[in-house]
Design a protein around this ligand. Structure first.
Ligand code: FES
Length: 136
């Protein structure tokens, strides 16, 4: 084995043996436990009282609340309107989600309050743990 073959073999072997460790380290940052998924930080949530994460492991998630409220006051839904797929907006004064496209309205529990949507928004449990906002 010449020097070039040794370096090539060693380099490929090192990368192959390190890959599982690197992948595990990356997944540990986004997965807190088996069920709970981190969707952001309390700093992000507290800026506006809303935290929209479009690409969480659960799909799109909108969390409403602040870290100053009790954890069980957090609201988390999939914000994709069940009518035709627009992203709903939280109206804090009315305590409901409204769709800007065709006017559907959903309660804080995700249930339809006004059509044209017929199916509720998917809801998630949410909590704060350390500096992270978690949903499942
Ligand atoms: S897409 Fe939301 S009401 Fe039509």
């Amino acid at each position: 084995m010449n020097r070039r073959d040794f370096i090539t073999s060693f380099g490929v072997g090192w990368i192959a043996s390190s890959l599982p460790v690197a992948l595990a380290a990356c997944s540990a940052q986004t997965t807190i436990s088996k069920d709970w998924q981190s969707v952001g930080t309390i700093g992000d949530l507290d800026k506006t009282g809303q935290l929209l994460t479009k690409n969480s492991p659960l799909g799109p998630v909108l969390v409403v609340g602040t870290s100053k409220t009790k954890t069980n006051n957090l609201i988390a839904v999939n914000p994709i309107c069940t009518h035709k797929g627009c992203t709903v907006e939280w109206k804090s004064d009315a305590k409901k989600f409204e769709c800007p496209c065709h006017g559907a309205e959903y309660g804080a529990d995700g249930k339809v309050q006004k059509g044209p949507a017929k199916q509720p928004l998917k809801t998630y449990a949410a909590k704060i743990e350390g500096n992270s906002v978690l949903v499942k």
